[in-house]
Design a protein around this ligand. Structure first.
Ligand SMILES: [Fe+2]
Length: 440
């Protein structure tokens, strides 16, 4: 552990101080060693499954020489004797060699278990590993299977300075909502899709939070990169770690496992979309899922914003293919990233500009949010909303943020907080007859 802390310090040092080429190479080697897989399981992460009331996805990483891995799980109890009732589930192992994509890559064993038949609304303890090396016991709670209050966290791009600066955001988010049901990451979790050092930063920054609050994540444009040596920008491939290190559902369009899927809570459906490719194909699938109309609340998350918040950025394909469906089926929230700034707004039945003291207004389609959690910042651009009938409400820039959203019956409360924990933005939605009234 001491070694890891020392190396963490060196990484931080390397980002701030200039070095000679030799020193740079030495530092690079130290960082590579820091990010290397170990006998001990690391990168332990919970993923939301399609049915989080009864199942959970658990993934982790070790040295490539480890062929066997398993999860032990039991209902958690106040004393250590809960372990007497543990059950064991053997993991699926995937060998991933990130060296084929990145010069500083490794071969690693990634393990995955989906545990089913769990009891709803129940605290479980689990650990991962093999006969020789195991993680600590982590705890998580399954979702309710009946209507019940739900709350979750959401962040935009972590992407840059992940260990240096994103760590304070995810840790503050956890302090604000330690019992959140899940944690949405709206793409660009790291900067270079296949880079194990950066993934190691993401896991180090989130630490046990990743192992105890199930993630729902979508790939951003930075989760797609060409392999080393390829000069073609059209040859971008999904992060080689993505499908091996996360246990998201495979209930999306064929061939888009774990990048396009949905997760069902009793009153709420979360639809996770990959906005990088095949927008039109996903629209067909999206309409099928939205047409079910069997959930009171529907929240979509994807990376590229329908209404951009920074200069020179625009995603007309999303407005053409997805936005009409969001409106036709009254999606409630669209949680996005990519623009490294903050903007929140919507299309309203009237055209009054949102003001802080405004009364309620009826929303057409979702409230759209662009947010950023990492250290890279762009400037806000007010263009790109009014011309499509949308109104920007709260905007902000140069601020690291996380969001906490809670749903109880017909009421949704959205709050955005800064990295230092102050309330930055807030609104409420009240559902009546299938329409949402919006209160600032
Ligand atoms: Fe992005």
């Amino acid at each position: 552990m001491k070694k890891k802390l020392l190396i963490t310090a060196l990484i931080l040092l390397s980002t701030t101080i200039g070095h000679s080429q030799n020193e740079e190479r030495k530092l690079e080697q130290i960082i590579k060693e820091w990010a290397a897989p170990d006998e001990f399981p690391d990168h332990v992460v919970l993923s939301a499954t399609a049915d989080p009331s009864h199942s959970i996805g658990i993934n982790w990483r070790t040295l490539s020489s480890n062929e066997i891995g398993y999860v032990e799980i039991a209902k958690a109890g106040p004393g250590p004797d809960f372990r007497e009732k543990k059950k064991r589930f053997t993991a699926k192992r995937t060998l991933v060699n990130s060296a084929i994509a990145e010069k500083n890559g490794f071969e690693s064993s990634f393990f995955e278990v989906q545990i089913n038949d769990l009891t709803p609304n129940t605290l479980y303890a689990y650990r991962v590993g093999n006969d020789h090396f195991k993680s600590e016991w982590h705890q998580f709670k399954t979702a309710h299977d009946q209507a019940a209050p739900l709350s979750f966290l959401y962040v935009g791009d972590a992407q840059n300075y992940v260990l240096e600066l994103w760590s304070r955001v995810i840790r503050n988010a956890y302090k604000k909502a330690p019992n959140a049901d899940f944690f949405i990451h709206a793409g660009d979790l790291i900067n270079n899709a296949h880079n194990e050092n950066e993934w190691n930063e993401w896991f180090a920054a989130g630490s046990f939070i990743h192992s105890e609050i199930p993630a729902i994540a979508v790939p951003g444009n930075h989760e797609y990169r060409s392999f080393k040596g390829s000069s073609s920008s059209t040859d971008k491939k999904l992060s080689v770690q993505w499908t091996a290190q996360f246990g998201f559902p495979s209930n999306g369009p064929k061939g888009l496992d774990k990048t396009c899927y949905y997760v069902d809570y009793p009153n709420t459906r979360i639809i996770a979309l990959d906005s990088n490719r095949e927008i039109e194909l996903k629209a067909e699938w999206l309409e099928k899922i939205l047409a079910k109309k069997d959930k009171k609340w529907v929240i979509v998350t994807y990376h590229h914003p329908v209404f951009s918040a920074s200069t020179g950025r625009d995603n007309p394909d999303l407005r053409l293919h997805w936005k009409p469906l969001f409106e036709k089926y009254q999606v409630d929230l669209a949680l996005q990233g990519h623009d490294h700034t903050y903007a929140r707004g919507a299309i309203f039945e009237d055209t009054v500009v949102l003001k802080k003291d405004s009364k309620s207004k009826t929303v057409i389609g979702p409230v759209y949010v662009v947010s950023v959690s990492g250290g890279k910042m762009y400037s806000i651009d007010p263009a790109g909303w009014d011309e499509y009938g949308a109104k920007q409400g709260k905007v902000g820039e140069k601020t690291q943020l996380f969001q906490h959203i809670s749903i109880d019956g017909d009421r949704l409360i959205y709050q955005s907080f800064t990295a230092t924990g102050e309330l930055f933005d807030r609104f409420e939605l009240l559902k009546y007859n299938g329409k949402n009234s919006h209160f600032d």
